[in-house]
Design a protein around this ligand. Structure first.
Ligand SMILES: O=P(O)(O)OC[C@H]1O[C@H](O[C@H]2O[C@H](CO)[C@@H](O)[C@H](O)[C@H]2O)[C@H](O)[C@@H](O)[C@@H]1O
Length: 387
């Protein structure tokens, strides 16, 4: 696999995301194989970690770093260039972005390199939703996918197995995308509807079910026992934030999003403290940061990376040298998937970002319109490739 590039890029520094899960499996009372990461200690219902980076622990609410994390969770993007008469003058942001792209080259500019490596391989596509297939908008209920993007993804799925892996609830993301030919994983991979296929070791919490069309599917919900807790926390979060102008709490089934995109920055502390007040009574829940959103989720060693592995296995594509998984995403939670593909040079992670940020991805795309262009190019390449 693109060995030169992989070798160069293997020197990347660690990603921003670090959400270790607790070791105390019996206390959590859930299938032990889902809990593995070291370095976490319980104390009075709060997880104290000895983290690589502290920003994702509740403890952070007692320091200033959580506010920094909230501020940096979705950087404001300056216009890359400005017109100065006849010439385009580079801004600092422009220079920084170009430098950053030396480390994360454009997947469009590197298309030939990518497809050269993909020759004779079966590509599988894993796509994040918000910020990847739809542009980021103020109202999460209105993050609609454009018709051209939908047509592109529909076409893509004719040629490559394609799955959407989103932080949204699976139903919600299906409502937005509306394509029956895809596989869907909601709640950051904690709710996967995949094809029926014998797995090498039958995972717990995996049941036979039927999809909207009555087709038999495998439904994998590793956090199913958290459902009542998540519902309870969702209601408490709605109640505690109801007087904070612009705050919005979204129930994503196995996780809850607390949005502060539309909250005046002076009240971000109030938002964070409110979330902390609720979560201090729920040691089995943890908090991660997304783009102007605090995400409450079960303490489970399960994430988008594990979801990619699960889907590859259910599609019969794991442990195959001739399979090239490609994951495209824009958010911190997508880093888990990038990491899985990066380890052992299994596939390509493509970060969608118009601002420089550290990532485990190998390539970059600037925004959803570039994502669409890349997906269309893949289809064209596949159509023109000899069988
Ligand atoms: O994994 P994803 O599909 O990327 O979902 C992550 C979160 O996306 C949504 O929030 C983000 O997009 C909203 C719409 O553009 C935006 O208003 C918000 O500020 C962003 O954080 C979704 O609403 C969350 O529930 C997802 O967890």
């Amino acid at each position: 696999m693109n060995l030169d590039l992989m070798d160069v890029k293997s020197n990347h520094s660690a990603p921003v995301l670090a959400d270790p899960a607790p070791m105390n499996n019996t206390r959590l009372g859930i299938h032990s194989s889902l809990y593995s990461s070291p370095g976490v200690v319980f104390s009075h219902g709060l997880y104290l970690t000895i983290p690589r980076k502290k920003t994702n622990t509740l403890d952070d609410f007692r320091s200033s770093s959580w506010l920094d994390a909230m501020k940096s969770s979705s950087p404001t993007h300056r216009k890359i260039t400005k017109d100065s008469g006849t010439d385009l003058v580079s801004t600092d942001a422009d220079v920084a972005y170009r430098n950053w792209m030396l480390k994360y080259p454009s997947a469009l500019a590197s298309f030939e390199q990518i497809t050269n490596y993909a020759k004779g391989k079966r590509i599988a596509l894993f796509l994040d939703y918000d910020g990847t297939l739809s542009t980021i908008v103020d109202n999460p209920d209105c993050a609609f996918m454009s018709n051209p993007m939908r047509a592109t993804v529909r076409n893509l799925a004719k040629y490559f197995p394609t799955a959407i892996i989103s932080g949204r609830s699976r139903d919600k993301v299906y409502e937005f995308v509306g394509l029956t030919e895809l596989y869907y994983a909601g709640s950051h991979g904690m709710d996967i509807m995949g094809p029926v296929r014998p797995m090498s070791n039958d995972p717990p919490n995996c049941i036979r079910s039927t999809d909207n069309q009555g087709k038999e599917v495998n439904l994998f919900q590793p956090a199913s026992e958290f459902l009542p807790m998540i519902d309870e926390v969702f209601r408490s979060l709605v109640e505690i934030t109801k007087d904070i102008n612009g705050a919005k709490v979204e129930n994503n089934k196995f996780c809850v999003s607390v949005h502060y995109r539309n909250v005046d920055e002076q009240y971000w502390t109030t938002i964070a403290e409110s979330v902390h007040d609720i979560l201090k009574d729920y040691p089995r829940l943890r908090l991660t940061h997304g783009r102007k959103v605090l995400e409450v989720r079960p303490v489970l060693d399960w994430d988008k990376g594990k979801a990619v592995e699960f889907l590859l296995e259910s599609l019969g594509l794991s442990n195959c040298d001739d399979v090239l998984p490609i994951y495209i995403g824009d958010d911190r939670t997508d880093e888990d998937a990038f990491k899985v593909l990066r380890v052992g040079n299994r596939g390509y992670g493509i970060l969608v970002s118009s601002a420089p940020k550290e990532s485990n991805a190998l390539y970059s795309l600037r925004d959803p319109s570039e994502v669409m262009e890349f997906l269309k190019s893949l289809v064209m390449w596949k159509k023109s490739s000899p069988l």
